[in-house]
Design a protein around this ligand. Structure first.
Ligand SMILES: NC(=O)c1ccc[n+]([C@@H]2O[C@H](COP(=O)([O-])OP(=O)(O)OC[C@H]3O[C@@H](n4cnc5c(N)ncnc54)[C@H](O)[C@@H]3O)[C@@H](O)[C@H]2O)c1
Length: 363
């Protein structure tokens, strides 16, 4: 399989991974077409993270459209306006804690929004004889959380049974099933990736790694859920971008691949490592920062361990991770230290004002 795309619709391209994926395509691949970034700009979306890309590439190569994937007319319009021949579907509500407090937005966006997008793609890519084009692709970005929780041993593979346990992972599982069903039922060319925890630049400050870095810099306490022994497999975000691009270019229609860092860390061990890096760079005594660790009541239904077996994508498509954890954490801490203004602008509402001035009020 060797595909060529001219007009890629990236949904949720103003969020953490979407921003990094768009940067990766422009800066690290030979992609010469256009990217249309379609994003509703929820609290997690920030088109200012791509302001330099917009300036450098101009509207011939990069377009931002504010829109909601649940709005069929808006999605149809973007397919019609830009001759879309590939979709990379990131748009989602993505924070587990928020899904526990308010699951509804997760169902409407992750399930209904994905359904709306699939229907729009099916309609836009229909040929006059009723069949669907085969030179297009719908890539769905999903998570390892759909597989549930592991004990101390074992790994998630592509054939592990789905067993989602939070409203977030259940809604992502629902969207994965819908995407597969559109391939089997209607012949829509699709690929799917299920990836482990990402970290890196531009991650919203509520997520574990940026939250801890920022709390350390500000001398705030470092909250750790439960006993701190939940295990996650961490992947540098640019390696996730390269995996998605590899799958889009090389995978057969209908295939799913697991993507991971082969890099398991207990939360508390990860935090201790992060403290050493931040303390050194910020000139703070390690012990004083460590003393701010505070154990808090565990998240309800907190999955114990996730670990990905990503041997299939390595073997079949030749992908591999390029950033080791030490180097990736250093780069991430350096990025936050150099971009505290980005964080401040989110927290102070400055970006909010910029978004409202340029794109209207947030819904
Ligand atoms: N962050 C991770 O570690 C991780 C790991 C594996 C998979 N994923 C998946 O990758 C995708 C992106 O994750 P992220 O961490 O970048 O999320 P994020 O929350 O940072 O960004 C989500 C983006 O989607 C947009 N969005 C939300 N609802 C929308 C709607 N109805 N219509 C249009 N846009 C909407 C938001 O404005 C935001 O820009 C998600 O599908 C997530 O499930 C994330």
């Amino acid at each position: 399989m060797n595909r060529k795309f001219s007009n890629i619709l990236v949904t949720g391209g103003a969020g953490f991974i979407g921003v990094n994926f768009i940067r990766y395509l422009f800066e690290k691949t030979g992609f010469s077409g256009r990217i249309v970034n379609f994003d509703a700009l929820t609290y997690a979306g920030n088109p200012a993270s791509l302001r330099d890309i917009a300036e450098r590439y101009g509207s011939g190569r990069y377009v931002f459209v504010r829109g909601d994937i649940r709005d069929r007319a808006a999605v149809d319009q973007v397919f019609a306006d830009y001759g879309i021949d590939a979709v990379v579907h990131f748009a989602a509500e993505s924070h587990v804690d928020r899904s526990i407090l308010g699951p509804k937005a997760f169902i409407t966006t992750n399930v209904m929004g994905s359904f709306t997008l699939l229907e729009a793609a099916r309609s836009a890519w229909k040929l006059s004889d009723g069949r669907l084009r085969d030179d297009v692709l719908f890539h769905h970005v999903s998570t390892d959380e759909v597989f549930g929780s592991l004990g101390e041993t074992g790994y998630f593979t592509e054939t592990t049974a789905y067993d989602p346990r939070s409203p977030y992972s259940a809604s992502k599982a629902g969207s994965d099933h819908l995407v597969r069903s559109y391939h089997h039922t209607y012949g829509l060319p699709v690929t799917i990736s299920n990836c482990s925890n990402n970290y890196g630049p531009y991650q919203f400050p509520e997520k574990l790694i940026p939250l801890m870095i920022l709390n350390m810099l500000e001398g705030k306490s470092l909250p750790v859920y439960g006993d701190g022994k939940n295990v996650r497999d961490w992947l540098y975000v640019e390696d996730h971008a390269s995996a998605i691009w590899t799958i889009m270019n090389k995978a057969a229609d209908g295939e799913s691949y697991n993507v991971g860092g082969e890099n398991e860390w207990e939360n508390i061990r990860l935090l201790e490592r992060l403290i050493e890096i931040v303390a050194k760079k910020a000139g703070k005594p390690v012990r004083a920062v460590r003393d701010t660790i505070t154990y808090v009541r565990d998240r309800p239904g907190h999955d114990r361990r996730y670990a990905i077996d990503c041997s299939l994508i390595k073997r079949e498509l030749g992908w591999k991770q390029s950033v080791d954890f030490e180097g990736g954490l250093e780069r991430t801490v350096d990025w936050y230290l150099a971009n505290l203004a980005w964080v401040d602008a989110i927290r102070s509402g400055e970006y909010q004002k910029w978004i409202e001035a340029n794109y209207g009020r947030r819904g």
